[in-house]
Design a protein around this ligand. Structure first.
Ligand SMILES: NC(=O)c1ccc[n+]([C@@H]2O[C@H](COP(=O)([O-])OP(=O)(O)OC[C@H]3O[C@@H](n4cnc5c(N)ncnc54)[C@H](OP(=O)(O)O)[C@@H]3O)[C@@H](O)[C@H]2O)c1
Length: 468
């Protein structure tokens, strides 16, 4: 199972993460604590009457092709209940949604001397809260979102927190200009068009300048080797302040551990370290799926549009939610699910195997060219391109040109406003009558939880005051 710590607050704002036909309640905060996200998921499941179809506490042991698969395309699924009871089921189709963050990556071999460590060490998967850090000297390894959050939280109670990074990272604030959620401000079609038109080197230079204007990444010793837009950044508003106030000290990669001494690659040495937290990310695996369904291309699994294994005889197996972009997983997984549903129903056909394999290879090359990928982070896509591509497959992509002539007010919001998922309910199959209103009121819902004291209406920048 995936695991989260008690204080976890999502780093995507509510309007950008909600499902396309079910806005998150207006009074919910913009960056939600995980308990609120769970409430939203429950509301969604109850609203669409999904709970009766979910079997909880059940492990899927294997998914195998049936003996008559060639004819039927059917799957045999072996499950195990909480009390160990195994059961075989036959399904016409299977969607695997197990995600990327289930198998903790604990690379102890890369930390010579870890077996001599006299303190306590664990992976961020096991981290629930900072209790074990009270008054301790703590080293957090890895500057991903987990490492950043844990270092900040630990620094409130620890004697000292050290954050060790081998490559550095771009650290970006979630509270953007005028206090708007960062993604509502910048994840727009307009910005996406700029990305298509301008050289990426210029965009990196511009973006890095803006990020460095808040705090110089070189001065804060976090400057990474990679450019800003070649990897998803770390979202953390507090880390720079913790660095500035000295409660988090940035260190280079660990070279060696001897007892309670930790030596770093720059030869600096820390004595009396009590705790090491390995916030070193996750590996992915699908051990329950048949071997012939999954093949590797580069670091990624060969899936047509990141969903369908292209080599199978029938399109009755799909992987949903195995995607990574600078945008929330929920709308992307929903979009994948809508496409999968139309393929399973037969209203949409997949291309021939060879065409799909070629497309997979092309995608792998594009990913390798544009982003830094590795074994643990095998893929990244452009959020808008990906959403529009799948939407195009099922005829739900909004036409900006058509809207320009027929509904200019909506066109304006689609072009300059945030890339919220309601856009994909404006037209086509699954059109939702509330979509237009949801788009017109998205800034109202952003503003609602902030109205906690009577003050005059905020003076937002010109573009936004027409949208609120
Ligand atoms: N608030 C939130 O919403 C929130 C909070 C936590 C996590 N998340 C999400 O959860 C996912 C997982 O995040 P994560 O931070 O757990 O993992 P991650 O993003 O994969 O970061 C892992 C970090 O560990 C480092 N690392 C890995 N192996 C290492 C080694 N052998 N030696 C030294 N350093 C090593 C990596 O460095 P390299 O880059 O050099 O490999 C990287 O800095 C991400 O999508 C993240 O955005 C979200």
């Amino acid at each position: 199972m995936a695991s989260i710590y008690r204080s976890l607050t999502i780093n995507i704002s509510k309007e950008m993460m909600c499902y396309s036909d079910f806005p998150i309640p207006a009074d919910y905060p913009n960056y939600m604590h995980h308990s609120k996200i769970l409430k939203y998921f429950r509301m969604y499941a109850e609203h669409f009457k999904l709970l009766e179809y979910i079997r909880y506490q059940t492990l899927v042991k294997s998914v195998k092709q049936r003996p008559d698969y060639s004819r039927s395309g059917q799957w045999e699924v072996l499950t195990q209940s909480k009390d160990g009871q195994e059961e075989r089921h036959v399904f016409d189709a299977v969607i695997c949604c197990s995600g990327h963050y289930t198998y903790p990556h604990l690379p102890l071999k890369e930390f010579p001397g870890i077996e001599t460590f006299e303190g306590k060490y664990f992976h961020s998967w096991d981290y629930k809260g900072p209790e074990d850090m009270q008054g301790k000297r703590v080293v957090v390894v890895g500057i991903g979102n987990s490492g950043g959050d844990i270092a900040v939280e630990g620094s409130r109670v620890a004697e000292q927190v050290y954050l060790s990074t081998r490559r550095g990272a771009w650290i970006v604030r979630q509270v953007s200009d005028n206090g708007l959620p960062l993604d509502m401000k910048y994840n727009t079609r307009f910005v996406h068009i700029l990305f298509q038109l301008m050289p990426v080197s210029f965009l990196n230079w511009f973006g890095e300048g803006k990020v460095n204007a808040m705090y110089d990444h070189t001065m804060y010793a976090i400057k990474p080797n990679h450019r800003l837009f070649s990897q998803i950044p770390v979202f953390n508003d507090e880390l720079p302040l913790k660095i500035l106030s000295g409660s988090v000290v940035i260190k280079s990669n660990i070279k060696e551990i001897r007892g309670s001494t930790v030596e770093f690659e720059d030869d600096s040495v820390l004595e009396k370290v009590d705790v090491i937290v390995f916030a070193t990310g996750y590996n992915y695996d699908f051990p329950f799926l048949p071997q012939n369904a999954m093949y590797k291309t580069g670091h990624r699994v060969g899936l047509y549009k990141h969903v369908f294994p292209p080599t199978l005889e029938h399109s009755t197996l799909a992987v949903v939610g195995f995607i990574h972009a600078l945008g929330a997983i929920m709308p992307q997984a929903e979009m994948q699910a809508r496409w999968v549903a139309s393929v399973f129903k037969g209203t949409k056909k997949l291309p021939p195997t060879q065409t799909m394999i070629k497309s997979v290879e092309k995608d792998t090359k594009v990913i390798q060219k544009n982003f830094i990928v590795s074994k643990r982070t095998p893929l990244q896509v452009d959020f808008v391109d990906y959403m529009d591509d799948l939407a195009g497959e099922i005829g739900i992509r909004p036409s900006l040109l058509w809207l320009f002539f027929t509904d200019y007010a909506l066109f304006k919001r689609l072009l300059w406003g945030p890339m919220t998922a309601y856009q994909y309910r404006v037209t086509g199959k699954g059109k939702w009558d509330g979509a237009r209103k949801a788009i017109f009121t998205q800034f109202d819902r952003m503003y609602e939880p902030l109205k906690t004291r009577k003050v005059r209406k905020p003076a937002l920048p010109p573009l936004y005051d027409t949208m609120v």
